[in-house]
Design a protein around this ligand. Sequence first.
Ligand SMILES: *Cc1c(COP(=O)(O)O)cnc(C)c1O
Length: 361
Amino acid sequence: MTTGTTMIPHSRPAIAQDEIDAVTDVLQSGRLAQGAVVERFERGLAAYLGVAGGVAVNSGTMALEVALRVLGIGPGDEVILPSYVCSAPWQAVQRVGAHARLVDIEPDTFQIDTGLARAAITSKTRAIIVPHLFGLPADLTALERLGVPLIEDCAQTLGALEQGRPVGSAGVLTGCSFYANKLLCAGEGGMVLSNDSVLLERARALREYDGAPALNPLASNLKMSDMQAAVGVAQLARLPELIARRVCLARQYHEALAGAAVTLPAVPSGRSHVYYRFVVRLSRIRSASDELSQCIGRLERQGMQCRKPVFRSLHRYLGLEGFSGSEAAEDTALSVPLYPALADDEAAQICLAMRNEWRRE
Ligand SMILES: *Cc1c(COP(=O)(O)O)cnc(C)c1O
């Protein structure tokens, strides 16, 4: 069936002439390191999210680590985070020496469960890391009512709204990632954003040590280069258009799969979805994880590469029990290719393959 067809990759960056020109300009300027373009990227993304400022760093993982450090979180403190997420938030919590308290997710939205987060709060809790997974906001309004500082993890979600406000504007701090496969990519890179100028100043002091008034043992070199920021600035200018293309593709997939034997992404009222990932759920009929890998194989033979959207839940790495929502997601969630660089005929091929796979008997 795939003879003569090339495999549609699970993800692919949307690089246009604007990005190429922007990097060329930086290369020709002779100023490659952190400078004016990084500052422009910081101001631009802060304005996009509606917050006071941002501090660009070298990865999303470091953005989360810096966010924890500027809040003074360290040994003896606890940070709540969901189990069903990539390992980055857990790594950040480990690196500052705090204890990660894992909680389960809401089974239908994949987002952190507010009730379970409330139950996990102790006298040592200093923050909740709130990832907005796959392009859908977590329930920020409910989480805010818990009265614990929120660190939003916007690595997978920018431009989505929760009760009318953009994700990334509600937390005391927000971390972003610009890794090559993210919604807004720069190859590698991250940013810490906040409305609090004191916290932003502390983040800046951790990012670099040159020119500091005194030696700071916690400072490091976490800088982003102007070459990466140039890609970021160009992507940011196109972000509304890139997101509109994602939403348009998602609509096509929803239509193609209407009535199909698979659960489509849920969008609770009061939230908008920007479809960083289009994640469907298989019904749990046969031996779950086998069924998932067989399904990935069948779709691959139809010319499209699918993935488990989270490689392994944190509680499984750590051998913890009692995370049925995360386990169901891990056993049944499948991410199909959806990104602005998909051509119309590729999207049509994907719709056809998915209809074949999930046709009702
Ligand atoms: C990618 C990602 C990160 C980490 O970003 P890096 O830039 O790869 O370090 C953090 N959190 C989430 C939810 C991510 O998807």
